[in-house]
Design a protein around this ligand. Sequence first.
Ligand SMILES: O=C(CO)[C@H](O)[C@H](O)COP(=O)(O)O
Ligand SMILES: [Fe+2]
Length: 217
Amino acid sequence: MVKLAPSILSADFSRLLEHVKEVEAAGAEYLHVDVMDGHFVPNISFGAPILRSLKGKTNLFVDVHLMIENPDQYVKDFVDAGADLINVHIEACPHIHRTLQYIKSLGVKAGVTLNPGTPLVVLEEVLSYVDMVLLMSVNPGFGGQSYIEATTDKIFRLKTMIDDRGLDIDIQVDGGIKLDNVKTVVDAGANVIVAGSAIFNTDNINDTVLAFREAIK
Ligand SMILES: O=C(CO)[C@H](O)[C@H](O)COP(=O)(O)O
Ligand SMILES: [Fe+2]
């Protein structure tokens, strides 16, 4: 079953809870929370207090995408604020094995994220410790960018790598996913789809979520 993960980066923050409830009512499963620090990526979004403001007000599975340096220092804040899964960038984690163990010790799921320029080979020693791999299909830092076409083959190769090892790991893809390319991404092997601008920058969020579901049926 493919899950939809609307990214609140493109939501209207003055109506955040309203938007969250809208995507939940439309049938999305995840809420993708993009945290940017202005160092690891050239942009600042928001921190744990914004996530905490939603705690207890949604049943969506809260998937936190940390685009920050030294994520270990902030993981617990995001777990306390309501995260169900924490995704860390492998490029920001010199001790990725320790970081993944730490995330799991806090009782949530652990994901590892790869930038478009990072090869899959870096996953070799950590694949069996993760619940999810997030492949970036844009260079992280901004919503509304175009999907990097080479990601499709990378998804396919990751799916093969996971299957060859007999593992059960979610493949999430993030960046530039729209109604016209979502099927390609799913057909390649992704089962968690992030969409920010394509869902929130529309006149009717409900209809757009339903159209995504239809496109991947
Ligand atoms: O992590 C991200 C950017 O770094 C966002 O999740 C992603 O860009 C979603 O936005 P869009 O669907 O508009 O590309
Ligand atoms: Fe993201």
